[in-house]
Ligand binder design. Structure first.
Ligand code: NDP
Length: 308
C-alpha cells in the first residue's frame, strides 16, 4: 500500500519525516510523484486531484490534512469512499490556546490598545473582572469543547450552542435554532467554531450580531464563509460590535485592498489558529489505517449527509 500526500509543499518534508520515523516500511509519496497509481490506497490531502477515481483505482480512504472538510466537493468523490478528518490532539490544543489568547485580548481591550498605540494615544480603559464577561462558543465539537476547558480557569461565564444537546459542567448549553437567540443575548465575546456547511454558511450576519449585547466582540476561527463581511463592518461602524479577531477569510489571502487589513477594530491573522502537527498527524493516520484494516470503528469519519 502507498500513502500519497497532497497538501502544503512547504510542510511535505515534515510529513515525510514523521511517516519515515513511525512506519519506515510504508511507502509515502508526495504529489505529483505518486509512483504506480494502482498501489495508492490512502490519500492525505487538502484538495483532491481531478478525476480521482480514474487516477487511483484502488483507493481505500481519503484523509483531510485538517480538521475541516468544507474544502472538499463530495460530489466528485466516490460515494462509498470513507473520508476521515484529522483528529490528532495537537489541533485541539493549539485551537484552545488561540481561543484563550483571543478571548483574553478582547477581554483586556487589546484591539483598542493596538489602535491607540498606532495613534500615540495613552489612555486607560477600566479593567473588568473575568467573572463579568460572558464568553459563548458556537459549535461544541472537539475544538469548541477543548477551548472551553482551557478557558475555564479564567473565571469567565461560559456558554455554548450546538446542533445536538450537550451537557458540560459549568457551561450553559443551548441547542438548535430555537435556543440561538437566548444564547446570543448573553454572549459578550462570541467564538465561532462551527464547521462550514449549507446550514452554517453566512451565520455571522447582521441578524445574529443584532441579537448580541451591544458592544459584544467576535472571534471567527471557523471558516471565512461563516461571516458576512459587510455586516461585520456595519456592526463595527454602528458600535453594535466593539471589535473582532478574524483568523479565516474567504478567499484567503484577502485582496490587498480588503477593508479588514487596516481596520482599527479588527485584528486579523492568516488562518493560524491551529495547525495539524505532522508527528501526531502521521500517528493518527497510521492508527486509522490499522483500525480500518481490522474492521474497527473509525474516529473522525465524515458523515456525507451532514457534510462534516
Ligand atoms: P466537530 O465536527 O468536532 O464539531 C462541530 C460541532 O458543530 C459539532 O458539535 C456539531 O454539532 C456542531 N454543529 C454543526 N452544524 C451545526 C449547526 N448547523 N448548528 C449548530 N451546531 C452545529 O468539528 P471541530 O470542533 O473539530 O472543528 C470545527 C471547525 O473548526 C472545523 O470544521 C473548521 O471549520 C474549524 N477549524 C479552524 C481552524 C483554524 O485554524 N482556524 C483549524 C481547524 C478547524 P453535533 O454535535 O450535533 O454534530
Amino acid at each position: 500500500m502507498t500513502i500519497v500526500y497532497k497538501a502544503s509543499a512547504e510542510r511535505a518534508g515534515q510529513w515525510a519525516a514523521a511517516f519515515a520515523r513511525q512506519a519506515p516500511d510504508v511507502p509515502f509519496r508526495i504529489w505529483p510523484d505518486v509512483g504506480d497509481p494502482a498501489s495508492v490506497e490512502y490519500l492525505l490531502l487538502w484538495q483532491p486531484p481531478e478525476r480521482i477515481v480514474e487516477t487511483f483505482p484502488n483507493l481505500k480512504m481519503l484523509f483531510s490534512v485538517g480538521a475541516g472538510v468544507d474544502q472538499l466537493d463530495f460530489d466528485t468523490l466516490p460515494p462509498d469512499l470513507p473520508v476521515v478528518r484529522m483528529l490528532e490532539p495537537g489541533i485541539a490544543e493549539s485551537m484552545a490556546e488561540f481561543a484563550c489568547m483571543a478571548t483574553l485580548m478582547l477581554h483586556r481591550d487589546m484591539a483598542d490598545y493596538i489602535d491607540q498605540q498606532r495613534r500615540r494615544q495613552w489612555r486607560e480603559i477600566q479593567v473588568r473582572a473575568g467573572s463579568d464577561r460572558r464568553v459563548g462558543i458556537l459549535g461544541l465539537g472537539q475544538l469548541g469543547q477543548a477551548s472551553l476547558e482551557m478557558l475555564r480557569p479564567f473565571g469567565f461565564r461560559l456558554s455554548g450552542w450546538n446542533r445536538s444537546p450537550r451537557q458540560i459542567e459549568g457551561v450553559a448549553c443551548f441547542t438548535g435554532q430555537e435556543e440561538l437567540p437566548a444564547f446570543l443575548v448573553q454572549a459578550d465575546i462570541l467564538i465561532c467554531l462551527l464547521p462550514l456547511t449549507e446550514a452554517t454558511r453566512g451565520i455571522l450576519d447582521a441578524k445574529l450580531f443584532g441579537m448580541l449585547p451591544r458592544g459584544a466582540a467576535l472571534i471567527n476561527v471557523g471558516r471565512g464563509g461563516h461571516l458576512v463581511e459587510a455586516d461585520l463592518l456595519a456592526a463595527l461602524e454602528s458600535g453594535q460590535l466593539s471589535s473582532a479577531m478574524i483568523d479565516v477569510l474567504e478567499p484567503e489571502p484577502p485582496a490587498p485592498e480588503h477593508p479588514f487589513w487596516q481596520h482599527p477594530r479588527i485584528v486579523m491573522t492568516p488562518h493560524i489558529a491551529s495547525m495539524t502537527r505532522p508527528e501526531s498527524g502521521a500517528a493518527f493516520v497510521l492508527e486509522t489505517i490499522e483500525r480500518h484494516r481490522r474492521g474497527l470503528p473509525i474516529e473522525g469519519l465524515v458523515s456525507r449527509s451532514r457534510s462534516y
